[in-house]
Design a protein around this ligand. Sequence first.
Ligand code: ASP
Length: 330
Amino acid sequence: MKRRNFLKNSRAATAGLISTTLLGSCKEEKAVPVLKNENAEVVRPIVICTWNFLNASAKAWEVLQAGGTSLDAVEQGVMVEEDDRNNQTVGTGGRPDRDGNVTLDACIMDKDGNCGAVLAMQNIANPISVARKVMEDTPHVMLAGKGAEQFAYEKGFPKADLLTEKSKQEWLEWKKTSEYKPIINIENHDTIGILAIDKNGDISGGCTTSGMAYKMAGRVGDSPIIGAGLFVDNEIGGATATGVGEEVVRTVGSFLIVELMRQGKTPQEACEEGVKRIMAKNEGRDDFQIGFIAINKNGEIGGYCIQPGFSYRTYSEEGHRNNPSKSFLS
Ligand code: ASP
């Protein structure tokens, strides 16, 4: 195993995690979030993404290896999937809503807690980049629908036809019965959520999706919602989600997982707890899928899901891997 680029000074890295947040005027009381595994080897740069998105993770890794920032890595990584016409869950080629319109959701978050998102945006091929523009060029976090689209045109994004012939034909077929029934682990759940740590140890994340296939017009899930589909805290780590967005929103899943890591859980333990919270609220239900992935400041990773079948990709000096996730149900 090639480890020469790993930073071994974990003590220093961990010390960097100590928050000096003051509670009110009481200067003695400090929140001191420290990662559990203080002796862990620090792995950076590193990228982790939901599902087996080989090309996206490879692109993000390429950016990181060239010395790029984690923000550029996550954006350019997911753009690969947004541009892939054969990927029917993200960007161009995404499955439409029940009226036949492809509406895209995306968000991005940087090391400083800055974030941007677009919701239910049509006719623009790279929602992740529009989300970044929202973050960088506006005083807002979210732009939705026509407003997001208009903003994208103003920023120079071209109008694009997102509905491919394949997705159109499948939608026309679906319309014959119009049965709205998300299917576990099948094409409906391939949102790409991505987290990266660059050589400076800075964490960023992105999440992009066409949402549930044949959703109600205007429906937005977790993916563009900061805290639900994605959350990054540069002191602690990041988390992102895929699956039935409504359940992730109810639990504010990604924020929850980062907070659990702040309290000392490993990324794996935090993802497992996140799924368990959701299952506790859905006792007896076994007909939906959610997958979480997480990374902490040391580059330790975790992933967990409800149904078997979820996996996540990692790319670091340790190699390029697809990691089958452990699941709540067997
Ligand atoms: N989380 C996405 C949503 O609810 C869908 C998915 O991951 O499949 O819109």
